[in-house]
Design a protein. Structure first.
Length: 301
């Protein structure tokens, strides 16, 4: 499946809203904003102490985040020697992005720990509905690998750390061997049948719905999960009502041990009260054409 990468512009969104269509977000609060990994992120960041490397993501601070968010990128798991580095050679927008070098057999995560999310009312306007959705967006460019049909997977891992061990809410990513999108469920990983072109930038969105304890995943505006799927660790506890982190994640699966590389850019997390599992971009384009036709007919009448 070849997917077209279309980003909804502010003008296009305004046209849809003028036509009476539902907005993407009504009330939105920022949780984490990487600012596209631009300044103040730097390729020369020098961590204190030994064991670091120039430009490492761990220890760098993203854009303004709520006071409860901490604000520093951490390496939340260290089962291996993979690295995440701010670099300028391969970017989606701006001048910088993160390069993840996945070493054979490793499992590593990088994220910004937060607390107090989702926000069910205290920071919202009086009478506003609960902010039930956490929306995680990023762009990713996965370098193809040929060493194994279980080449490393690159994606995002979302969690609730209110339990020990940490509970997984959702995971979705790309198999670097063939570009197929995979997602985690309560009974294991599933292949979606949706493919992301390798070696180019694609747009991804994971949405957590705390009213139904489920999540969905899209690539380039195309749904890769069969609608909403239950939170991954929902069988272990029914009390998954917090959001603690969404991590850049690389891992091998099954017997796969291949190394690999992927680039991440434009990573953001927001909390909103409107479903942001938006339709396929072609649906948006059709909506815009309908709006244009409506305006034209009105002009002629």
């Amino acid at each position: 499946m070849i997917m077209t990468r279309i980003r909804l512009t502010a003008a296009a969104l305004s046209a849809l809203l003028a036509a009476g269509l539902q907005p993407l977000h009504a009330t939105t609060l920022p949780v984490v904003d990487s600012l596209g990994f631009e300044t103040p992120f730097t390729t020369t960041f020098a961590p204190m102490g030994g064991g670091g490397y120039a430009g490492q993501l761990e220890g760098q601070i993203p854009g303004p985040v709520p006071p409860t968010a901490g604000g520093t990128w951490l390496q939340t798991s260290n089962a291996g020697t993979s690295t995440a580095t701010i670099q300028t050679a391969v970017v989606d927008t701006g001048a910088q992005a993160v390069r993840v070098n996945h070493t054979s057999g490793s499992e590593n995560r990088w994220g910004v720990p937060v607390s107090g999310w989702p926000n069910f009312g205290p920071q919202t306007a009086p009478g506003s509905p609960p902010l039930r959705y956490i929306c995680i967006d990023w762009s990713m460019n996965v370098t193809p690998t040929t060493a194994s049909q279980l080449g490393p997977f690159f994606g995002i891992d979302a969690n609730d750390d209110d339990f020990n061990p940490v509970s997984r809410l959702g995971f979705a990513g790309v198999n670097s061997a063939n570009g197929e999108v995979v997602y985690d469920t309560q009974v294991g990983l599933f292949a979606s049948g949706v493919f992301a072109p390798l070696g180019v930038w694609n747009d991804y969105r994971m949405v957590l719905d705390y009213a139904t304890d489920s999540y969905g995943f899209m690539v380039n505006g195309i749904l890769a999960t069969p609608g909403w799927v239950p939170f991954v660790d929902g069988l272990l506890t029914t009390d998954l009502n917090e959001f603690s982190d969404a991590n850049i994640y690389s891992t091998n699966a099954g017997v796969g041990t291949a190394p690999g590389t992927a680039y991440y850019d434009n990573f953001t997390i927001v909390n909103t009260d409107v479903d942001c599992l938006i339709p396929e971009p072609s649906t948006v384009v059709l909506g815009l054409l309908a709006v244009a036709g409506l305006v034209y007919r009105r002009h002629r009448s």
